[in-house]
Design a protein around this ligand. Structure first.
Ligand SMILES: [Zn+2]
Length: 276
């Protein structure tokens, strides 16, 4: 059974056919999904989706959403973590982090929310799900100041030195659709050579489409969305199988075990619940 360690099932892109998306994921052998929140307004939605569909969830404020977040939202996050502390489906604080790729974002504001949420995770004893985009060193700097129990650096695309520092701090590294592109040499090098205990799989659906769903700007303008979905995970994983020389069964077992190690509260959940 596969584990999609990062899926935005609450995204509006899935409003029209969420049940069918989940049915396809289950049919494809994706037995567990982790649903990170992106803003306080979505906390109830991810929690309810996780409970309704046997998934896990995380609560946090995404760096691309801090522009409209406030310090009161940080208080709401702390309160939500406290209120749901006995909910076995709440497995992490996330999606939090820093985006140094998208132009025009306020880095100081991102840092403020990142640091505050690291503290909330530390105080709650929860791991974190990190958004890393040209920001690995800055994220590691925060983790050195405010150590948490670990987590997942999602959509990892850094150097082997940066990977080693995340691993040293108890993190697994997330790989998904980006590694299906032949030109993704750095990502493929990491996926091929990192310790097998460090690798987790993810779709980031509806985002980060794999190569076969990629649409050009012209195609998107013509209405082709290229929406990614959790049922794509086994096909995305074929790249990892090829890079590592693993069978799909091995790949599913190794990466699912790694997600459980990164997010220890998953151990309290029965497996293969999607669609239950
Ligand atoms: Zn995400």
């Amino acid at each position: 059974m596969w584990t999609d360690s990062h899926c935005h099932l609450d995204a509006p892109e899935f409003d029209a056919d969420r049940e069918a998306v989940l049915a396809r994921a289950r049919a494809a052998g994706v037995g567990l999904l982790v649903l990170p929140a992106v803003e306080v307004a979505g906390f109830d939605a991810v929690r309810e989706l996780a409970h309704r569909h046997g998934a896990a969830y995380a609560l946090g404020i995404h760096p691309l959403f801090v522009g409209r977040a406030t310090d009161a939202d940080l208080e709401r996050l702390r309160r939500a973590l406290a209120e749901n502390r006995d909910d076995p489906r709440l497995v992490a604080v996330g999606e939090i982090g820093l985006d140094h790729f998208v132009p025009g974002l306020d880095r100081e504001r991102q840092r403020h929310f990142y640091v505050a949420q690291l503290k909330a995770a530390r105080d709650a004893g929860l791991p974190v799900i990190l958004h890393v985009r040209r920001s690995a060193d800055a994220l590691l700097h925060g983790l050195r100041r405010i150590p948490v129990i670990g987590g997942i650096a999602h959509a990892f695309n850094g150097s082997s030195e940066q990977a080693a520092q995340f691993i040293e701090r108890g993190f697994k590294l997330g790989f998904g659709g980006a590694m299906t592109f032949e030109r993704a040499l750095q990502i493929r090098a990491r996926a091929a050579t990192l310790p097998e205990t460090a690798l987790v799989l993810e779709t980031d659906a509806p985002d980060i489409p794999p190569q076969w769903l990629y649409r050009t700007a012209a195609q998107r303008a013509a209405g082709l969305t290229g929406r990614n979905e959790p049922a794509e995970l086994p096909r995305i994983a074929r790249t990892l199988c090829e890079l590592r020389g693993w069978t799909p069964e091995q790949t599913a077992a190794i990466t699912s075990a790694n997600v459980r190690a990164a997010l220890p509260r998953l151990a309290g959940l029965p497996a293969m619940e999607v669609g239950a």
